[in-house]
Design a protein around this ligand. Sequence first.
Ligand code: TRP
Length: 446
Amino acid sequence: MKREGFASRLGMIAAAAGSAIGLGNIWRFPYITGKGGGAAFIVIYLIFIVFIGMSCLLTEFVIGRRGQSDAIGSFLKLSRNKYWSVGGWLCVITVSLIFSFYIVVFGWTINYLVKSIFNIFADKTPQEIGILFSTTTSSVFSPIVYAYIGLGITAFVVVDGIEHGIEKCSKILMPLLFALMVILLLRSLTLPGAGKGIAFLLKPDFSKVTTEVILIALGQAFFTLSLGAAVMITYGSYINKKERMGSAVVQICFINCSISLLAGFVIFPAAFTFGINPGEGPGLAFVTLPNIFQQMTGGYYFAIIFFLLLTVASLTSTISMLEAIVACIREQIMLTRKQAIAIGITIVAILCIPCSLSFGPMNNTKIFGHTFFDICNLITSNYGMPIGSLIFVFFVGWFFGKDNVKDELSNSGKLPVRYFPYYLFTIRFIVPIAILIIFLTKLGVF
Ligand code: TRP
């Protein structure tokens, strides 16, 4: 059976950038930037993207394209020692857990899109908007129903396969996302307080940079590029053997970071204009922004555009998560795409229930002092993604053979790969050391 794959370079970049761009860029990036001292945080984050993120992304593409299989199967094919496939198993578990809490936030997003269409924020005081968010997330049934709607839309795209489902959909959604972003940007930059917001984003305040902020920046670099979670290996396996992977990685990272920065330029000018503290935290998108839209002329339309943007961005990410899981089920258990999707969404549909209830009836059900939602988030970002990435770079850097790696990157010698020595040095030393420092710091050694 011929393996499915992306039909065009544009489609491949759109799909991978679509996976990378998500709630991480539009919801998480602005609020952690607000807390981490604006430009100072951004500088550190960009350094991590360039020196660590790009190499990790390229590493996942190498494993996938060389292995021509899903995350588990690629390891089985590429190494004689079957224990390496533990790396594949681990990252499939990671992506399932990420999916389970991500789909809950995706559900809130769809819910808020509906609310904005019905003009629910109109005439509400800031306090009422805050209460609206907590009642929305703490109900028992409606957040789960919205999460299932998100899951259904995701499955609807993935069922059509790589070329006709994922690639086609990404080629439509990514330009749409960009257009929505530009509309919001034009509005935000013409607000009276725009100057202050822009200054906040451009003037570094290094006094806010603590060890914790640095760790958050590194974690964000992994999260935003969907690293250590099977997705980029799976997408790598669909990349055409003639494609230049090195330049694709640079383009994907560039698009991803641009969208994060643009999100910052949308949100901060608005926050400063309406006198709202940008270090607000996770409520930024669901509480702060509806407040702002409410006070702004044309806010009704801008609210719809914003939540549509967030929906589109999340959808291309959940598509990649489902595909990573489906690829493993299909290729390891030899099922059809439809059967694999049925199993994949059932697993997520079950796991997302306690995640959603963590904001309501299960608020007090704590595992090691955290709710189920927080546990999924913490386990994946503190352990799953970094350990997954560590295994990948170790495998490619030390065990897979330098010549094999170079052969894959140069399309069997057809492309010059002048960056190769730097890449190899980074994955052999810099990435493992950076990840070990995170662990030791988190374990309190420093
Ligand atoms: N990168 C996505 C975002 O920024 C989210 C994400 C994190 C992700 N890890 C992932 C997506 C793993 C797919 C697979 O929103």
